[in-house]
Design a protein around this ligand. Structure first.
Ligand SMILES: Cc1cc2nc3c(=O)[nH]c(=O)nc-3n(C[C@H](O)[C@H](O)[C@H](O)COP(=O)(O)OP(=O)(O)OC[C@H]3O[C@@H](n4cnc5c(N)ncnc54)[C@H](O)[C@@H]3O)c2cc1C
Length: 292
């Protein structure tokens, strides 16, 4: 096995593009090293991207935020503008693992690992995040939901890797939230999860919304009917009932010892409802779960 730690994106692309056998990008390594130690994979080449300066920064631009693919999740909340604009994305990323895991893991790694239960992904998709993908043919942008195609599979082509995750600029009166259910209090994989992002119009009526479920299907599930249930409302009981029904109908989870189909389906609806309320409170500038 060869290990390379290039100093530029161009060099990393060249290494990945000319690799023979299996080549893997190493970001935080919190999934990759576990899979190697478990003998699930045996890479011929590992390209460590953490030495590339460009992928180690969070930038605020006119159109939003760019989070480099090497930025550890622990650093996300240090950027107060990012935390204020996208508290749901930050809280989702900072639910991953423990302090030790947080010090290494990345949201790009969470996305590219392509686990149906990945915590940051429903929040990223609810936020309409884009992945900036670099490869032999240059740079392209892909919707976060288009990166993961199946459990453990991505749409990335040979030689490509995610350079950064881009979050759009937030209009005024907008909020997002992410909730997951785990049987333990920490260090567990989501049994199901929900990310909600919404924007309010005049009189605090929901103008637009996006509702995304995690761990209830092979990839995240965007639920447009649930979003439509919120639009034009102040999250009254009827809207909440419609949202719950739409989320439950969108679930097609696995049945295992951590949760039956019925259980995951019901809890997904509950989480979506609660996440919508938190996102709504945040959009109104009210503190939700201790964050403004
Ligand atoms: C103890 C423990 C607890 C955990 N808890 C959680 C949890 O609560 N929630 C959760 O969602 N996950 C959890 N995980 C899984 C893991 O920590 C996350 O998925 C993490 O975000 C992976 O990021 P990473 O940077 O470490 O990825 P890596 O391990 O470096 O990479 C993961 C995969 O993505 C690929 N990859 C990485 N970066 C890129 C890139 N920029 N472009 C293309 N491909 C790339 C790698 O080749 C590899 O296949 C846990 C893991 C451990 C060991």
């Amino acid at each position: 096995m060869h290990y390379e730690s290039p100093a530029s994106t161009r060099e990393a692309v060249a290494l990945l593009a000319k690799a023979r056998g299996s080549a893997h990008v190493l970001a935080g390594g919190t999934d990759l090293l576990v899979r190697m130690r478990g003998d699930f994979i045996d890479p011929d080449l590992i390209v460590d991207i953490k030495r590339i300066a460009a992928v180690n920064e969070i930038k605020e631009t006119a159109s939003g935020f760019s989070i480099g693919a090497g930025v550890p999740c622990a650093h996300l909340s240090d950027n107060k503008a990012l935390l204020k604009a996208w508290p749901g994305v930050v809280e989702a990323a900072q639910l991953i693992g423990s302090d030790q895991i947080q010090g290494r893991c990345t949201i790009a790694g969470n996305l590219c690992n392509a686990s149906p239960a990945a915590d940051s992904v429903p929040a990223l998709v609810a936020a309409k995040a884009r992945a900036v993908v670099v490869g032999p043919k240059g740079r392209r942008r892909a919707k976060a939901e288009d990166i993961v195609t199946a459990p453990g599979k991505t749409s990335l082509k040979k030689g490509e890797f995610v350079e950064s995750i881009v979050l759009p600029k937030r209009p005024p009166k907008s909020g997002d939230a992410y909730l997951r259910f785990i049987p333990r209090t920490e260090m567990d994989i989501a049994v199901c999860s929900a990310g909600v992002s919404l924007v309010l119009g005049p009189r605090n009526i929901v103008k637009s919304a996006r509702v995304v479920l995690g761990a209830v299907a092979p990839t995240v599930v965007i639920v447009p009917k649930a979003a439509r249930a919120l639009v034009g409302t102040k999250l009254d009981d009827k809207a909440m009932q419609k949202l719950t029904a739409a989320c439950e109908a969108a679930c097609s989870p696995i049945d295992d010892k951590r949760g039956t189909v019925e259980y995951r389906t019901e809890v997904a609806g509950v989480l979506a409802r609660r996440a919508a309320k938190i996102a709504y409170a945040r959009a109104r500038g009210q503190s939700a779960r201790g964050r403004k």
